[in-house]
Design a protein around this ligand. Structure first.
Ligand SMILES: C[S@@+](CC[C@H](N)C(=O)[O-])C[C@H]1O[C@@H](n2cnc3c(N)ncnc32)[C@H](O)[C@@H]1O
Length: 344
């Protein structure tokens, strides 16, 4: 397979930070960078925008609507670059209005604006449940004890058409014990009967062995990573790791569900590039954009497992000084991502 980036050839090289066998990390404002990508060329955009940066503004309707307008500029470009079969996954954390135990509606405003004004369809609403989330906000949950802890992010699955590419059989979950028993012996387990819902739980239901259970739109994924190669290495080289990472399983679920090998996945607020790493592992081509050179350069650490610390440090420093790093030329990288051998 070739490390190809022809779709980005028009992009000025000074934005390029590093390249792997499958992807390219650039640094710049996504509103500008997306302009270099051809229309109808991308299979999936998956991202988590920096709501926290705007938190000081996150009160009152007018300022909330500023946020919607700000994000809308990115949304317009995402719509343009997506293939008609493409999807856009947008992870948005919930928020309270400043100083009040009243929820902000910003994530729902984004949803409605993107569908009503930008032309997206809501293919499905997903909810990411982080069971490990600490109770917050402290004032309403811990001190006054008047609200439950906020442990759910809304994850909007937007599409450009009514039928975006999707295959739920790629993300089936292991069957429950009860389901396994039913599948083994449907006759004795369930005599054909109609449920109050009208679902016919009959013999045929038991014959439908699909290799796993269809997952719900509630994704329970703990965000507990404290010992990954990326985090350990940042610590060892005395650099601050990205403070708002999502767990790789989150992009991983949608990358498996909505794309095939070789498809193109873009993250427009890539941070520590969790999306790029999972795409590399799943054989998708990826393209990640962040406007912080520091975050973009540090994210290369994700592809440097097994390297010496000094080597990692000097590569990060080179990228931060504006030098482009082509990892595919580096033997340590070739060892880890073995398929690079095929590219020669
Ligand atoms: C919530 S973080 C994303 C974290 C990422 N999902 C991860 O797992 O590491 C949002 C990122 O958006 C970047 N960002 C903010 N404004 C941007 C812009 N206009 N263009 C590109 N990136 C931007 C920030 O530097 C930050 O790293």
């Amino acid at each position: 397979m070739k490390a190809e980036h022809s779709m980005f050839d028009s992009m000025p090289k000074h934005h390029w930070v590093y390249q792997t066998a499958r992807g390219l990390q650039v640094c710049g404002d996504s509103r500008e960078i997306l302009g270099y990508i051809r229309e109808n060329s991308v299979d999936l955009v998956i991202t988590s925008p920096p709501f926290a940066l705007l938190r000081q503004k996150s009160y009152g309707n007018e300022l909330q609507s500023d946020y919607v307008n700000w994000l809308s500029d990115f949304g317009v470009e995402v719509f343009r670059i997506l293939k008609p079969s493409g999807s856009f996954i947008l992870d948005l954390g919930g928020a309270y209005e400043k100083g009040k135990p009243v929820r902000s509606l910003y994530n729902f405003r984004v949803l409605i604006h993107f569908c009503d004004e930008l032309g997206f369809k809501l293919a499905e609403d997903f909810y990411w449940f982080n069971p490990a989330k600490l109770p917050s906000p402290i004032e309403w949950v811990n001190k006054r004890k008047v609200r439950a802890k906020d442990a759910i992010n809304t994850v909007w699955w937007f599409s450009k058409s009514d039928s975006p590419k999707a295959d739920i059989t790629k993300v089936l979950k292991p069957y429950s014990k009860r389901m396994k028993t039913l599948l083994k012996n449907p006759e004795s387990f369930y005599y054909p009967k109609l449920r109050p819902s009208g679902h016919d739980i009959g013999i045929n239901f038991g014959k439908n062995e699909n290799g796993g259970a269809v997952p719900p739109n509630l994704l329970a994924i703990p965000n507990t990573d404290s010992n990954s190669h990326y985090l350990r290495t940042c610590k060892l080289i005395k650099r601050r790791s990205h403070p708002a990472r999502f767990p790789e399983e989150l992009p991983g679920f949608f990358v498996r569900f909505l794309t095939d090998a070789e498809d193109i996945v873009v993250d427009i607020f890539s941070g520590s590039n969790s999306t790029g790493l999972i795409c590399e592992e799943l054989d998708r081509r990826w393209f990640s954009i962040d406007n912080s050179l520091e975050y973009a350069a540090l994210s290369a650490i994700r592809f440097m497992e097994g390297w010496g610390l000094e080597r990692i440090k000097s590569c990060v420093e080179q990228m931060e000084a504006g030098e482009f790093l082509n990892l595919t030329k580096i033997p340590e990288y070739q060892k880890k991502f073995h398929y690079i051998e095929v590219t020669k």
